[in-house]
Design a protein around this ligand. Structure first.
Ligand code: MRU
Length: 356
């Protein structure tokens, strides 16, 4: 089982609970108003929860999909179990396109599945693999926070700006960029976190502000458009964000709005750090130009909780991720260490020529 506390502070609210025959997911669409857990008892239900953003955040999507494969084996019929598990993997792979953690986790599950001859063996080993993926993610988050502090090397408490939600809710616990923020706070090296509200899903205001406030970490919410003004006033030391996919040359896909932050950071001389587990690194993809960027329904911009906020029928541009080129990034930090001023050489020296 994943430990609920680590030595110094909280690991936050982990958004999935594994029960062997079912998975419970905290419905992140309802936060912060309501803490409601949805029960998924099969791979189709899990895939739907990923598509519908019940669970979101690259590592959390990967962990959840792994549990989905485990459920497919747990509930498969004795005769046709292999094709049922194969179908589940296909369905889960189609749930969202951008975060490579999903495909990384499914590949790991597929490897275990292919090695199993009998259904009871597959049921046992797939559940164990999903739990291992979950536990390794938490361990990676704790490790990468240490590497990030080495890069920052703070001599006084820092003010950090973050985008979207990269906390426990987006991972197996503790968080990636938000894990770095937790660690700074634990070391008394954090003044305040500025949290971008992160339109249109409001992961910053609904989730990040909720997580930080819950754990007593000083947070100040700002509209996405206020980030430039904060930097112009000299009120940001580091921008720390997560990632959905990092390519072999160090380009990074992350929540829409991340690219503008990187441009602004360079203009204002503010450090820009990307923090992610190595399961987010896709060394098989040469550059960010190749990353499939998810576009979601325009209703996400036209309405807020069912209330229209734009004229009827207006056309909408709603890519939910963007790509930040490597040359705007000061450091990519993973549990394996940091790549400063990322490029293909630095990436290969840490991750090898191929993903591993
Ligand atoms: O659409 P979301 O909420 O899944 O997008 C999440 C992000 O872009 C996060 O920054 C990223 O997945 C890293 S989470 C540790």
């Amino acid at each position: 089982m994943v430990h609920r506390n680590h030595a110094k502070g909280s690991i936050g609210t982990v958004p999935m609970r594994w029960h062997g025959d079912r998975l419970e997911l905290l419905d992140q669409r309802l936060l912060p108003g309501e803490e409601h857990w949805i029960t998924a008892d099969g791979a189709s239900a899990v895939a739907q929860c990923i598509t519908d953003m019940v669970v979101r955040g690259a590592p959390a999507i990967g962990i959840t999909a792994a549990y989905g494969v485990a459920l497919a084996a747990r509930h498969a019929g004795a005769g046709d179990w292999k094709s049922e598990v194969e179908q589940a993997i296909r369905e889960l792979a189609a749930s969202r396109p951008t975060a490579v953690n999903l495909f990384w986790a499914l590949e790991r599950m597929d490897g275990v599945f292919r090695d199993c001859d009998a259904l009871d063996e597959a049921t046992r080993r797939l559940a164990a693999e999903a739990q291992a993926i979950h536990e390794e993610d938490l361990a990676a988050n704790l490790a990468m926070a240490g590497h990030a502090l080495d890069v920052m090397n703070p001599e006084r408490p820092l003010t950090v700006l973050t985008h979207c939600n990269t906390g426990a809710l987006a991972t197996g616990g503790y968080g990636t960029a938000l894990g770095v923020i937790r660690r700074l706070h634990e070391e008394r090296l954090l003044t305040v976190v500025h949290a971008d509200e992160t339109r249109p899903w409001l992961q910053g205001s609904r989730l990040t502000a909720w997580e930080l406030a819950r754990d007593g970490i000083p947070v100040m919410l700002n509209a996405d458009g206020a980030a430039a003004a904060l930097m112009a006033r000299g009120q940001v030391d580091w921008i720390v964000v997560g990632a959905d996919r990092i390519t072999a040359n160090g380009d990074v896909a992350n929540k829409i709005g991340t690219y503008s932050l990187a441009v602004l950071a360079r203009h204002h001389g503010v450090g820009f750090m990307v923090v992610a587990p190595s399961s987010t690194v896709d060394m098989a993809m040469a550059s960010g130009e190749e990353i499939p960027i998810e576009e979601r329904d325009g209703i996400e911009l036209r309405e807020i909780r069912g209330v229209p906020v734009s004229p009827d029928g207006v056309r909408v541009f709603n890519p939910v991720f963007d790509m930040t080129p490597a040359h705007l990034i000061d450091a990519i930090v993973t549990e394996k260490g940091a790549v400063r001023n990322p490029n293909i050489t630095g990436m290969q020296s840490l991750f090898g020529a191929c993903k591993g």
